[in-house]
Design a protein around this ligand. Structure first.
Ligand SMILES: [Zn+2]
Length: 296
C-alpha cells in the first residue's frame, strides 16, 4: 500500500492530490457546500417575439416566472416545501433545454430525465418506477411533460439561434425533421433498433397527418400533438408505480418555447393535475391555467 510519503516523492501525483490532502488534514472532514444559489435569469425576449409567442400559446410566461409562481402556489395551497420536491422532466434531449432551464430553484431535487427525442417519455414504466423511488419521504413528485418549439426573431416558429452560431437552426430538430419528411411525403414509421425514437415520432405524425398538414402553422400542431401524446403516456402509468411515501403528484403538461440564446425561454401550461396520494384521488385539474399568479 502506498504511503503519503511515497506519494509526495512522486511529485505530479502529489500535486494533483494536494487540495484533498490539505482539506483532510486541516479540518478532519470536508465541509459540504450547503449554499446553493440560483443563476441570474436571462432577459425577456423582444416585444415582437413575446407577442408572437402569446398569440399561439396564450398565457406563456418566462421560465423563471413559471417556476416562482408554481412553487408559491404549491407552498401556499398544499404546504409543499420546495426542498421536498423531486422534479421529473419528460422533455427533449436537446441541450438547449438544460442550458436555459431547470436552474432557477437549486433547492428542488432533480431533474430525473424521463424524456427522449421531442420529449416523449421513452424511459417508459421502468423509468417512472425508478424515479418514484427517489421521491423524498412525504415529498412531492412534480412532472414536467413538455415538448419544445423554437421561435427565432429572424426565422419564426421551428427555429432558434443558438450560442456561437451565425444562423438559426431547427428546434425541435426531431419534430422539424419529421415534419419536413411528412410534407415531402417521404415519412415512414420504421420501428427499428437503429432509430427507435425517430420511428415512434414518425408513427405519431403519420397518425395525425391531415391535422398537421392542414394547420396554419404545422410545426405548432405537431408540437401540440406530441405534448398530448406524452401526457397520455405518463398519465396512463404514473399511478401504477410505488408512491406510498409521497404526498402529492403534480403533472404539468405544456410546451417549452425556446427563444434566441440571449433571451429567456417561455413556458406554456396546457394542463395541471394534482394527485393526493393519501386520498387516492385528483384534487385539482386545471386547463390552460394562464399562470398561477392569480391564486396567490
Ligand atoms: Zn428537441
Amino acid at each position: 500500500m502506498l504511503s503519503l510519503k511515497s506519494f509526495a516523492m512522486n511529485t505530479p501525483y502529489f500535486i494533483s492530490l494536494l487540495p484533498l490532502v490539505l482539506a483532510l488534514s486541516s479540518c478532519g472532514k470536508i465541509e459540504p457546500n450547503t449554499v446553493a444559489t440560483a443563476p441570474p435569469f436571462l432577459p425577456n425576449a423582444p416585444a415582437k417575439t413575446e407577442e408572437a409567442i402569446r398569440k399561439d400559446f396564450p398565457g406563456a410566461i418566462p421560465g423563471h416566472e413559471f417556476s416562482d409562481s408554481l412553487i408559491h402556489y404549491l407552498q401556499k395551497k398544499y404546504k409543499i416545501e420546495p426542498d421536498k420536491i423531486l422534479l421529473g422532466a419528460s422533455t427533449c434531449v436537446d441541450d438547449i433545454i438544460y442550458t436555459k432551464n431547470f436552474h432557477f430553484h437549486p433547492e428542488i431535487k432533480g431533474p430525473f430525465h424521463l424524456g427522449g427525442l421531442a420529449g416523449l417519455p421513452f424511459t417508459g414504466i421502468s423509468g417512472l418506477d425508478a424515479f418514484a423511488h427517489h421521491i423524498p419521504d412525504s415529498g412531492t413528485l412534480v412532472l414536467l411533460v413538455e415538448p419544445h418549439i423554437g421561435y427565432s426573431e429572424k426565422k419564426g416558429w421551428g427555429f432558434v439561434l443558438r450560442h456561437e452560431q451565425p444562423e438559426a437552426s431547427s428546434c425541435c430538430g426531431a419534430l422539424m425533421g419529421t415534419l419536413g419528411k411528412l410534407q415531402a411525403g417521404t415519412l415512414k414509421a420504421d420501428l427499428s433498433e437503429d432509430d427507435y425514437q425517430g420511428g415512434k415520432i414518425a408513427e405519431l405524425a403519420l397518425r395525425y397527418k391531415s391535422e398537421i398538414l392542414d394547420a396554419e402553422i404545422p410545426i405548432i400542431e405537431l408540437t401540440r400533438i406530441t405534448s398530448l401524446s406524452a401526457e397520455k403516456q405518463i398519465s396512463a402509468h404514473v399511478l401504477d408505480v410505488s408512491l406510498e411515501h409521497a404526498k402529492y403528484i403534480v403533472i404539468i403538461t405544456g410546451v417549452i418555447i425556446n427563444t434566441d440564446f440571449s433571451f429567456t425561454d417561455y413556458q406554456y401550461m396546457d394542463h395541471i393535475q394534482i394527485y393526493d396520494v393519501r386520498k387516492k384521488s385528483f384534487v385539482e385539474d386545471l386547463r390552460n391555467p394562464q399562470g398561477l399568479t392569480s391564486a396567490h
